[in-house]
Design a protein around this ligand. Structure first.
Ligand code: ZN
Length: 276
């Protein structure tokens, strides 16, 4: 029987097969191979034992989740103020992990959203799906269907508010709690919560993100930079002559904050390299 690991707690693995959650132990072989099953793993189970894990398409370290389809990045327009630096940082890490990116701008009811339309338009132009919270809540929910999603963003942006809006959430939490024989207020651990026909990881990830990549890779995670055919190849868009990216920043075609954040990240990665 095959299912998805939805929860791991003190050595017990909860695998959802069809509509049933089955408590399992993994075969010792995973320990020897140092291949610990993670939530999001597709597992083959026999007699309450995980006998095989399907190959992962990706895996995140923070939160620990395998096979992530989408990252929903929540950014508030106010309280805390719009933080494009953190947004770009999370985008880089998600692009690096090859995960589809959904942008949710929250607290849109507390500001004049016309002041922010340049942000929505820009990120839409470079290819990201944009939703506004709370208005687009139903559409955001639909994005989760049939996918494993991680919700990312700094604290206070309204991640929990958004997650709590999904009705199935509480029901399913109860179901899992029942299977566990514990109350609702169990200590949080690695867990996937069902929303519609998809899942969200309950541990918000990417709060603080280490950019764990080299500078060339970083430049490729800025999708609109990557499309520029600069004279130098690869061009890091720093001091190279005839750099199309710099031209486009100058002309306003590339958002200035994107380029400034890129320069910050380059500096950060270079400094980190010097430290080791
Ligand atoms: Zn360039």
């Amino acid at each position: 029987m095959q299912g998805i690991i939805v929860k791991i707690i003190s050595g017990d693995y909860f695998v959802k097969c069809n509509d049933e959650i089955i408590k399992c132990k993994p075969l010792g072989i995973f320990r020897h191979k140092k291949l610990a099953p993670k939530v999001g793993d597709i597992a083959e189970i026999t007699d309450n034992t995980i006998v095989e894990l399907k190959e992962r398409k990706n895996e995140l370290i923070r939160p620990v989740v395998a096979n992530v389809d989408k990252v929903i990045i929540v950014t508030s327009l106010i309280e805390p103020d719009l933080n494009l630096h953190l947004l770009d940082r999370i985008i880089c890490q998600a692009e690096y992990n090859n995960i589809e990116i959904i942008l949710v701008f929250s607290k849109t009811d507390l500001v004049d959203i016309n002041d922010y339309s340049y942000v929505f338009d820009y990120y839409k132009k470079i290819g990201y799906k944009i939703y506004l919270s709370p208005n687009d809540y139903e559409l955001i929910k639909q994005e989760i269907n049939d996918n494993v999603c991680v919700v990312a963003g700094q604290s206070g942006v309204g991640k929990s508010t958004l997650i709590n809006l999904f009705d199935d959430f509480n029901i399913k939490t109860d179901e899992i709690s029942k299977a566990l024989g514990r109350g609702k207020h169990t200590t949080r651990c690695s867990e996937l919560l069902q929303v519609g026909s998809g899942y969200i990881a309950d541990t918000p990830g990417f709060g603080t993100v280490d950019l764990d990549m080299d500078v060339v890779t970083l430049s490729q995670t800025f999708v609109e930079f990557f499309e520029c055919k600069c004279k130098f190849n690869p061009c890091l868009h720093l001091n190279e002559p005839h750099c199309l990216v710099k031209d486009k920043v100058e002309s306003g075609e590339i958002l200035k904050s994107r380029y400034e954040n890129y320069l910050d990240f380059v500096k950060e990665i270079k400094n980190k390299k010097n430290r080791y």
